[in-house]
Design a protein around this ligand. Structure first.
Ligand code: GLU
Length: 479
């Protein structure tokens, strides 16, 4: 039988990283085993669900490339089926009518030191079936409670191993509210059965629901799926990941210029690893390597540093022609005079080729592209202080020497390199001592791609122009 898995978000918020990871693990299992990935939107909480959230969740999954094979199904459409399942349990004596009001039994339970569901069961038993039916027929509202049998509920969890729950700790849960709406635990069992789900993989926060659901599967005579509960994601301080730790919505990372392949790679490594040293993995590699037996039992930490690093690695592997439009669009709105260089695709490709191996995000690439695209150079004052102001006359001598050496040089990387290295040798200094002040002159920055690449990309005219401006500034510093 082929594996059928599902992602079942409640559309009460945006797609957050925990949900995205659950979706990804399910998707990886489906793709690895040639199975089916079902998307089910659990919209039964009408007050908190919204179409906007549903759309945002679908967009997030689409951005990540997690395509679903069936759905999206909406849980609310299954209402009649859920209700029928509850009524069948009632008919078979596996559930009972509860005519009490929640407030009423809460007080009594408190006074008697009991769980409300035990009070409810006591009252239902005292009432008897015939009387309960009479009251129901006369229109008195009632909830339906599942009668949890005695004994123990045992199931295998693919992450946590054998799980055992004493049934006396599982209270008789309401499965149908007095307004006729089913509760989550019943709806989810009915839906997973209807959709033929063979493995339920979801967050650890649902682990306490699972014995209730297993009992419902057994009472309803449905085949039980396998279960896997993935541990929580924590922030760097060891507390459950929340907005306090920064962005938790997948869409925020999209807006920050994170690549979907990097996000997928990062999410896959939250609570799972391939068992070797690999960290940077393509989606295809993840599909091949994924194995739910390697899901870790302990919580994993959401490490933004690592996401940035992985994004840099994925950026370097992304075809340049896919990146050019993204860098361009970030610079088009920049508060600078427009530059016709942005429209020169060949030149932009050469620039992006140089930047993509160094940057961690598209935003960072766009930032680093500025001194190349625009005529005006924004100086990083730390770079100016370090490489110019500490020794202005030294920097002046060096840049004058470079200016002289490259002026007559053929404008190619190799020729420029020879010229710059020769002038360093003439001055009796290492090439680095010359390249640092030169980098500040040409880019304004502490770091940049290789300086000879920078010169070629800027072109002779702009390189000489920037050198001249640097000399003017250095002379004034020396005075
Ligand atoms: N709708 C539930 C949630 O978003 C998930 C239910 C499940 O996976 O069984 O937490």
């Amino acid at each position: 039988m082929s594996v059928r898995v599902r992602f079942a978000p409640s559309p009460t918020g945006y797609l957050h990283v925990g949900g995205a990871r659950t979706a990804l693990f399910n998707w990886l299992i489906a793709r690895k085993h040639g199975g089916v990935f079902v998307l089910r939107v659990e919209d039964t909480d009408r007050a908190r669900s919204s179409d906007e959230h549903t759309a945002a969740i679908l967009d997030g999954l689409t951005w990540l490339g997690l395509d679903w094979d069936e759905g999206p199904f909406f849980q609310s459409y299954g209402l009649e089926r859920h209700r029928a399942a509850a009524l069948r349990l009632l008919e078979e004596g596996k559930a009972y009518r509860d005519f009490t009001t929640p407030g009423g039994i809460r007080d009594e339970a408190e006074a008697r030191g009991m769980h409300p569901s035990h009070v409810a069961r006591e009252k239902a038993d005292a009432l008897g079936d015939a009387e309960a039916e009479k009251r129901a027929a006369s229109g008195q509202p009632f909830a339906v409670r599942f009668r949890v049998p005695e004994g123990e509920t045992v199931f295998q969890d693919r992450v946590h191993g054998e799980m055992r729950f004493a049934n006396r700790d599982v209270d008789d849960l309401v499965i149908l509210r007095s307004d006729g709406t089913p509760v989550y635990n019943l709806a989810v069992v009915s839906d997973d059965d209807e959709m033929g789900i063979t493995l339920v993989l979801r967050g650890d926060d649902h682990l306490s629901n699972t014995p209730k659901q297993v009992l419902l599967y057994r009472a309803l005579g449905y085949p039980e799926p396998d279960f896997a509960h993935v541990p929580l994601i924590l922030g760097a301080d060891g507390k459950r990941l929340s907005k306090r730790h920064g962005a938790t919505a997948v869409g925020d990372y999209e807006n920050q210029g994170i690549l979907p392949s990097a996000m997928v790679n990062f999410l896959a490594l939250l609570g799972w690893n391939p068992g070797d040293e690999r960290e940077m993995m393509s989606v295809a590699e993840l599909v091949k390597a994924f194995d739910e037996a390697r899901i870790l039992k302990k919580s994993s930490v959401f490490d933004l540093e690592k996401l940035g690093w992985l994004n840099g690695r994925h950026l370097a592997e992304t075809p340049t022609d896919q990146l050019v439009p993204r860098v361009r669009s970030r610079l088009e709105g920049a508060a600078q005079p427009a530059s016709e260089r942005l429209d020169n695709s060949e030149w932009m490709s050469a620039l992006v080729d140089l930047l993509k191996v160094r940057a961690r995000s598209v935003d960072e690439m766009a930032e680093q592209a500025r001194p190349f695209v625009f005529d005006e150079v924004a100086f990083d004052e730390r770079a100016v202080a370090k490489h110019w102001e500490r020794d202005p006359s030294g920097a002046l001598d060096r840049l004058e020497a470079v200016g002289g050496a490259v002026k007559t040089c053929e404008w190619r990387e190799d020729a420029l390199e020879v010229a710059v290295r020769d002038s360093a040798a003439d001055l009796g200094i290492g090439a680095g001592k010359l390249i640092h002040p030169l980098r500040v002159a040409l880019t304004g920055q502490m770091n940049s791609p290789g300086i000879f690449d920078v010169m070629v990309l800027l072109g002779k005219e702009r390189t000489m122009e920037r050198l001249r401006s640097a000399l003017v500034r250095l002379r004034s510093l020396g005075e």
